[in-house]
Design a protein around this ligand. Structure first.
Ligand code: ADP
Ligand code: MG
Length: 719
């Protein structure tokens, strides 16, 4: 049976070479198997007919019987549109084609009864339907109607060339006829009966031709489960093989540095979550397998101290450690923050960024290679080939979303050479020795819903700091319109008089950098007027400044010499000034949710009540309103991430492009969360009892898994 599914689509009756080419190009359908996996996007009710005088202005899908009485061509800015007058006994409306006009004129018969289907528009007193799906009434009568008629994915090209939804439905029917419905089962019997899943062949039939709503939903459940099950299976297997294959540097001791710091220098009690995460990291580091861990923790949850203590474990075992951050400002801040602890512990630490002087650079390179330098903090500069460690044991990446997979793998190569090669060949530079990768800890404050993280970062283990340090006051967040600016300024003045500091942030969106820059400068000028010298000092930081100037302005603010920091989003990530208690975000409607959340996280770091004021103009899109309302309602990063995901879809979330998540054929990574969890649970359970899938009852899993592996569309995960 499986052979027939590999038949090229050209051979299916009713397809032919032209349609086959289009199906290949437009939808990636090469074989019968591909076609059967073309699942409907939605289902529509084709048992209902409307009269033209019953139409509502709600833009819903409707089905109408009537005839075209004539065509006209209407010139428009580019090209022309074809307009057909369509009428039934209750009124007239227009059918409109912007493309494929030749085909329409040749094939549509005037004054013959048709059934049209599509979405209606209401425009200057008239209903119209662009690109309707059309069928002669006499043909229409012959076909069975269903309240759940599938609507298949389509493209502009396909509909231009007449491969309408109806045509796809027809060839799908043909497929079931030719294959005789004989589809191989792809899940083991145990699982089917335990979860009450319907057999594969029933599921496939009912997803394309639902017998009833009940059957449709059982079919969808079964197919979604299967899809997510095999993805999870693949991710878990990959994770297990990585652990078995990739030798890690064993950090067996927790010694002087860690213990001394923990007992004598820890500036506060660790939260329960920090302790738990440290335990998870310690157990990874001691396991002889390479650690690849993602540490998620909301802004201000205290990831830095976890990073430091992990580095101390590396040092306790005689290794070096590095910490890479996405911006100069953040690297400098990490460096300054860690410097005092390193001094008390007598640990050598340096920072390396784009603006490090050549002489310093040289010294750092040397000390890294001879092992005198233990901890290196920096930006991408750490990735340069010239940066060679004597024995890098742990690499930490802060704020993952600015770094890609490629950069992670560059760090891997900075680990020490395998010991056998090291002893055998003194000058290993020009040999192709393999490196033992350092342990890798990736830290991010952009929370991703856990299930999505599991799918996207299947190759990483995940730790979560889900608890903020005690005594944090929640940040009061409000939304204000530009016209209330005077009140906002008064509020700023009051806060400054209490000794607080203020951030005012302007959007910086690449496409319109010039305008953004102008907004920033205009804003700066007007703020300088309202907060004049010598009573007020204002810092300004933006992307076009030299790093040294940025640093100077930043330092003035950190030291409290300036009360107001006017900035673009360069301060988004990681800046820590506890005395700053007010965050004003200008044109807040132009920021994404995760950015807003990051920015708000810059305040609320000290003991004082903090505020976040979202300034916007009056006109707001629905999405902007939802974003602002969400910010005002909650400060839970995970909740915010869920809303963000809903608004934007998973496509924009870091890493999803490279993962299989977007290639899902039927499941929805957001809506089908529960099924995902169920699938993951069962995949784990099965692999636990039978890691090689050799048991007889798992034969079907192994076969399906192997077949999917050859099926290129599904398995292009992060390598
Ligand atoms: P983030 O997770 O955003 O990187 P940081 O590591 O910068 O957060 O920590 C934010 C602030 O909280 C810092 O000032 C840090 O010293 C403080 N902090 C971290 N952990 C604790 C704790 N357990 N108790 C009290 N304060 C803490
Ligand atoms: Mg941080």
């Amino acid at each position: 049976m499986s052979e027939i599914l590999q038949t090229p689509i050209d051979y299916l009756k009713g397809v032919g070479p032209n349609r086959a080419n289009l199906l290949r190009k437009e939808l990636g359908i090469h074989t019968y198997q591909d076609l059967i996996n073309l699942f409907p996007n939605r289902y529509i009710d084709r048992t209902q007919y409307y009269k033209i005088n019953q139409l509502n202005r709600n833009n819903a899908d409707v089905q109408i019987i009537g005839k075209i009485t004539g065509f006209k061509e209407v010139a428009q800015k580019r090209g022309k549109r074809l307009v057909g007058t369509f009428q039934d006994e209750t009124g007239t409306m227009e059918l409109v084609w912007f493309r494929g006009q030749k085909w329409i004129r040749e094939s549509i018969k005037v004054n013959k009864p048709y059934v049209i289907f599509g979405k209606t528009n209401w425009f200057s007193g008239k209903f119209s339907m662009p690109h309707p799906d059309m069928e002669l009434l006499e043909d229409h009568k012959e076909n069975l109607r269903s309240a759940m008629q599938p609507v298949y994915p389509s493209t502009e090209k396909l509909s231009n060339k007449g491969i309408t939804n109806r045509v796809v439905s027809k060839i799908m029917q043909q497929l079931f006829i030719e294959t005789g419905h004989k589809f191989k089962e792809t899940l083991p019997n145990d699982l089917l009966s335990e979860l009450k899943l319907i057999p594969k062949k029933e599921a496939l039939f009912n997803v394309h031709f639902p017998k009833s709503l009940e059957w449709l939903s059982r079919a969808q459940f079964r197919l979604k489960f299967e899809e997510l099950f095999y993805i999870q299976l693949q991710l878990i297997i990959k994770n297990l093989t990585n652990k078995a294959k990739i030798k890690g540097l064993p950090f067996e001791n927790v010694g002087f540095y860690f213990n001394t710091f923990y007992k004598e220098h820890l500036p506060f009690q660790l939260t329960g979550a920090q302790k738990r995460v440290l335990k998870e990291i310690r157990s990874d580091l001691g396991s002889y397998a390479q650690m690849n861990r993602l540490l998620q923790g909301d802004v201000g949850s205290g990831k830095t101290i976890v990073a430091l203590m992990s580095m101390l474990i590396a040092l306790d075992n005689g290794f070096q450690a590095c910490l890479m951050a996405p911006t100069e400002i953040l690297s400098v801040q990490h460096y300054n923050g860690l410097l005092k602890y390193c001094k008390t512990l007598n640990i050598s630490i340096e920072k390396l960024t784009g603006s490090t002087k050549t002489s310093d650079r040289k010294r750092i390179h040397e000390n890294l290679e001879n092992g005198d330098l233990k901890i290196l903090i920096g930006t991408h500069a750490l990735l340069e080939d010239k940066v060679k460690f004597k024995n890098l044991g742990l690499a930490i990446i802060d704020e993952q979303h600015r770094f890609g997979v490629a950069q992670r793998s560059k760090l891997w190569k900075k680990g020490p050479l395998q010991s056998s090669q090291k002893e055998g060949e003194k000058h290993s530079e020009n040999t192709n020795g393999s490196h033992i990768p350092p342990h890798v800890l990736v830290m991010t404050a952009t929370p991703i819903p856990r299930t999505l993280a599991m799918s996207v970062y299947g190759d990483l283990d995940i730790s979560i700091i889900d608890e903020l340090p005690p005594g944090r006051q929640s940040i009061k967040t409000v939304h204000r319109y530009d016209k209330n600016r005077l009140n906002v300024f008064k509020f700023i003045r009051d806060e400054i008089s209490k000794g607080r500091q203020i951030y005012i942030v302007y959007p910086l969106i690449q496409e319109n950098e010039k305008m953004d820059y102008k907004d920033l400068m205009d804003g700066y000028e007007s703020i300088s007027r309202d907060f004049p010298l010598p009573d007020y000092q204002i810092s300004i930081v933006h992307g076009k400044m030299k790093p040294a100037d940025k640093d100077y302005e930043m330092q003035r603010f950190i030291k409290g010499e300036t009360q107001i920091m006017v900035a673009t989003t360069v301060i988004e990530v990681g800046v820590n000034v506890p005395n700053a208690s007010v965050m004003i975000i200008e044109s807040a409607e132009r920021f994404g949710l995760s950015q807003l959340h990051q920015l708000r996280g810059r305040v609320g770091r000290g003991a004082e009540q903090s505020y976040c004021i979202l300034m916007t103009g009056h006109k707001l899109s629905n999405d902007s309103k939802t974003r602002l309302e969400t910010m005002v309602r909650t400060s839970d990063g995970f909740e915010i991430a869920e809303v963000d995901l809903r608004l934007r879809g998973p496509g924009d979330i870091m890493g999803t492009q490279q993962s299989g998540v977007l290639n899902l054929k039927i499941a929805d990574i957001i809506k089908d969360n529960d099924i995902l969890n169920l699938a993951r649970h069962h995949a784990k359970h099965i692999l636990k009892n039978d890691p090689t899938l050799t048991a007889l009852e798992n034969q079907v899993i192994l076969d399906t898994y192997k077949a999917l592996g050859r099926y290129k569309n599904i398995w292009n995960y992060i390598s």
